[in-house]
Design a binder for this molecule. Structure first.
Ligand code: CAA
Length: 373
């Protein structure tokens, strides 16, 4: 399918299937299972992966557009798709054996399975190298003990990419990656987190009590886990940049529609220069963000290193998502502060984009590290 057709289809899907649920799933903090079923029907769960592995065979830019467009109407849906595609499908596609791809990637891509990624721990957030979850080599299997927090898609996922220490003496070179199936003995979940935004997405602790993972579910080589996590997050950060840009676009469209119809002093407030200047600033921020996002996408599609451009895109897109949605509320005045006008949700949803998949401070560490090395 040509990209323009695909984008039109995603836009229609987002307006008809995603937008109508956005208010309710936020209010009720409800995971939109029916949307995930529809993402599967529309073949959006494995957009950038080959059809031989159950994917849609589209390019990476089309997938990023999908996250952006969905997030314009519902940031929860955007992150469900992004965590699944970038954080679970990608590492299996990149580092998995042929057997792992056939067994897991095909079903993730065709939407039979939903994916998640478990790296963060109570004492290993920004310093992801300080993993305390342990994986003991027991011959035919690894035994995993520990826990992961703030995990997106948590209890609704079927397959998890898990990082654990196989040799603590080696520091970050002692971390390995594993593919874990949901119904494995000893694997359980903590209570659902109550969040400020993206309230429909499932966020929970993952708890491993002597969980047995078969040897063949080691992902990549032993000790390669940290690199796998970092490389996976490079792509994940492009996904979150797209989510952030989508939030900014959605807030902007709502504010523009409002200022054209809202009258004060007998004129639409769009006729006042203050409104015009704010609208111009918002538009400029959105287009600058789009340019940086496109650069990261283009670097990835060309096979160039995209660690830096992904970090730059995430840093900037998440910043303007917060600023643009804040400005949108201000333009809408008292109405902007009322939940039923569905604009305050954008600001609450935008905030997480500055935090997850590496805080803005982490993106600065990555960018400065590259510039100054
Ligand atoms: N790709 C491949 N390898 C990489 C890499 C990358 N992008 N970045 C670093 N590495 C490798 C380095 O080459 C190095 O290996 P060598 O020694 O062999 O060269 C090794 O990893 C260590 O690199 P650094 O010294 O740069 O690593 P560091 O410990 O200083 O890490 C950091 C720096 C950038 C802060 C990193 O720890 C980091 O990104 N932290 C944030 C973690 C994060 O984003 N967590 C979010 C989890 S997901 C989530 O949010 C939940 C969800 O479900 C959505």
């Amino acid at each position: 399918m040509k990209n323009e057709l695909l984008i039109k289809m995603i836009e229609e899907f987002a307006v008809n299937e995603v937008k109508p649920l956005a208010y309710e799933i936020d209010r009720d903090e409800r995971f939109p299972k029916e949307t995930v079923e529809k993402l599967k029907e529309y073949r959006l769960m494995g957009l950038p992966y080959e059809t031989t592995y159950g994917g849609a065979g589209a390019n990476y830019g089309a997938y990023i557009d999908a996250v952006r467009i969905l997030s314009k109407y519902c940031a929860t849906t955007g992150v469900i798709l992004s965590a699944h595609t970038s954080l679970c499908c990608f590492p299996i596609h990149q580092y998995g054996t042929e057997e792992q791809k056939e067994k897991y990637l095909t079903k993730l891509n065709n939407g039979t399975y939903l994916g998640a990624f478990g790296l963060t721990e109570p004492n290993a957030g920004t310093d992801a190298s300080k993993q305390q979850t342990k994986a003991k080599d027991c011959g035919d299997y690894y035994e995993i003990t520990g826990n992961k927090i703030f995990i997106t898609n948590a209890i609704y996922a079927d397959i998890y990419i898990i990082f654990a220490m196989t040799n603590s003496d080696l520091g970050l070179k002692g971390i390995s990656a594993f593919i874990l199936e949901k119904n494995t003995e000893g694997f359980s979940f903590g209570p659902k987190e109550k969040k400020m935004g993206i309230k429909g997405s499932s966020t929970c602790e993952l708890i491993f009590n002597q969980v047995k993972i078969p040897k063949e579910n080691l992902l990549g080589k032993i000790g390669e886990g940290f690199k796998i996590a970092m490389a996976t997050l490079d792509g994940g950060r492009i996904g979150i940049a797209a989510q952030a840009l989508g939030i900014a676009e959605g807030a902007f469209e709502k504010a523009v529609a409002y200022v054209k119809t809202r009258k004060q002093f007998d004129k639409p407030i769009a006729s006042f220069q203050n409104t015009q200047f704010v609208v111009a600033e918002m538009k400029t921020q959105i287009e600058a963000a789009r340019g940086l996002l496109n650069k990261a996408v283009s670097d990835k599609e060309k096979g160039l290193n995209y660690t830096e451009s992904a970090a730059i895109a995430k840093l900037f897109c998440s910043k303007i998502a917060v600023e643009v949605s804040d400005k949108a509320i201000q333009l809408m005045g008292g109405y902007g502060y009322i939940r039923d006008y569905e604009i305050e949700r954008y600001l609450r949803d935008a905030k997480i984009t500055e935090i997850y998949e590496g805080t803005s401070e982490v993106q600065k560490m990555v960018i400065a590290g590259r510039v100054l090395k």
